[in-house]
Design a protein around this ligand. Structure first.
Ligand SMILES: CC(=O)N[C@H]1[C@@H](OP(=O)(O)OP(=O)(O)OC[C@H]2O[C@@H](n3ccc(=O)[nH]c3=O)[C@H](O)[C@@H]2O)O[C@H](CO)[C@@H](O)[C@@H]1O
Ligand SMILES: C=C(OP(=O)(O)O)C(=O)O
Length: 422
């Protein structure tokens, strides 16, 4: 298992190119099996989650070819014959559950393993299942698998209101509904850029989805979708992560390229309160660390609110703030595995229910740390960069799920991170 050895205390200076979004890419890849011809998806990052999902899609007989150099992924569903996503793959990656909607839409039948819990507690799929039923699917459970079936091979379509709004369930229902016989309406639909991008791309190959980016999606089912080219968007979470890293490490001056403010929702407004100097251009964002970091409390909410995928990084930055900060997660109330690890680095941080309370400024000092999820792990790397001495971050395979060449990108702007394979 690989680990990182980080020598902290260096400012970050230079350019970092932002990769394509992991969370927007996965729905596009699932959408590939809905088309009548091959689709080519641009700006796909070389990440373990992408490789795993390639294998999930391949199980169905679909051909998936990834040109890593061009970051271009081709999905050819001509050989689609096996309508299943097995437990072995779904347990590695929850997004595999998108195969339920995609197979229902493509062939009217899916046998997909129920995803289990995850490192930060329960992640239910009740809305996905209730939504499929509302669109006309018969849903059964068998040996840990969901069996979803469209009577007569094609869903009739229907209406469903989500409470709460869910990114995963919206993606799954859109995939199931685009080739339904009738029209479907999803109320309180997710407005996250990942969902909007999926809808726009599906429309490019013949879908009729109205209202993307609003809480009401109306999907007129179409007989077929053509093959074609789909475009992935820059990773807004990677962008936010590096913006926070630049703001928390004194004297840093970092320009993020191949990204934009467009999909960041209200994050720039919140980020401005850190006092960091930020300039946004068409395709790059420059961040200079502030001289003094004030405490800025946040609460996660659905888009355009503060993303749950950035709360751990924000809490880490706030260990250096001048005063007391609270970080509250309303989406995933147990997503705090980083708290005891930051404490090992010397942070004054405590968890109370779904809130981390951080008392700063507290200089961090290198130690061995480990986390059990992706965003918590990247936060420990950032803490290691800010800390004095050497920090060892164990089990970096979590990072490899969602940050493309993280250590190379950071080392190129002055960090000192060594990957060690054990
Ligand atoms: C709204 C939100 O911020 N979603 C995030 C969530 O997406 P992900 O798709 O995993 O989660 P959802 O958007 O579905 O969940 C939003 C909320 O709805 C609840 N829920 C969801 C589905 C369901 O069937 N029943 C149910 O009760 C969840 O427990 C959660 O409290 O995690 C991803 C990975 O970290 C992030 O990239 C997404 O931005
Ligand atoms: C946890 C994440 O992904 P997933 O929903 O695939 O687990 C994430 O992107 O932070």
């Amino acid at each position: 298992m690989d680990k990182f050895l980080i020598k902290g205390g260096q400012p970050l200076k230079g350019n970092i190119a932002i990769s394509g979004s992991k969370n927007a890419a996965l729905p596009l890849m699932a959408a590939g099996i809905l088309a009548d011809g091959p689709v080519t998806i641009s700006n796909i990052p070389g990440l373990n989650d992408i490789y795993t999902f390639n294998n999930v899609v391949r199980v169905t007989g679909t051909r998936v070819t990834f040109d890593e150099e061009k970051q271009s992924l081709n999905v050819d569903p001509a050989g689609l014959y096996h309508y299943e996503a097995p437990y072995d793959l779904v347990r590695k990656m929850r997004a595999s559950f998108y195969m339920t909607g995609a197979l229902l839409g493509a062939v009217g039948y899916a046998r997909v393993s129920l995803p289990g819990g995850c490192a930060w507690g329960p992640r239910p799929v009740n809305l996905h299942l209730e939504g499929f039923r509302a669109l006309g699917a018969n849903i059964d459970m068998d040996g840990g698998y969901v069996i979803a079936e469209a009577p007569g091979g094609r869903l009739p379509g229907g209406s469903f209101e989500m409470k709460p709004s869910s990114v995963g369930a919206t993606v799954n229902l859109v995939l199931a509904a685009v080739r339904a016989k009738g029209t479907s309406v999803i109320r309180n639909a997710a407005m996250e850029p990942d969902v909007v991008n999926l809808c726009h791309n599906l429309n490019r190959i013949g879908a009729k989805i109205h209202g993307a980016g609003t809480p009401v999606l109306e999907i007129e089912g179409v007989e077929s979708l053509s093959g074609g080219t789909l475009d992935n968007i820059p990773d807004r979470i990677e962008t936010g992560t590096f913006m926070i890293a630049a703001a928390m490490i004194p004297d840093s001056d970092v320009t993020l390229t191949r990204t934009s403010k467009k999909d960041l929702g209200s994050f720039p407004e919140t980020f401005a309160k850190t006092g960091a100097s930020v300039s946004y251009n068409d395709s790059d964002i420059r961040v200079k660390a502030p001289d003094r970091l004030p405490p800025v409390s946040i609460e996660t909410t659905i888009y355009p609110g503060f993303p749950t995928d950035l709360q751990a990084q924000w809490a880490t930055m706030m260990t250096g703030a001048d005063g007391k900060t609270t970080v509250t997660d309303h989406i995933y109330p147990d997503r705090f595995s980083y708290v005891p690890e930051l404490a090992r680095l010397g942070a004054q941080i405590e968890r109370h229910d779904n809130t981390a309370v951080i008392k700063g400024p507290q200089p961090l000092k290198g130690a061995s740390v480990m986390s059990t999820d992706l965003r918590a792990s990247v936060s420990l790397v950032m803490a290691g960069l800010a800390a004095s001495g050497e920090t060892e971050v164990l089990r970096v395979y979590h990072l490899d799920r969602g940050y493309e060449t993280l250590e190379d990108k950071l080392n190129a702007v002055g960090a000192d991170i060594k990957r060690v394979s054990e």
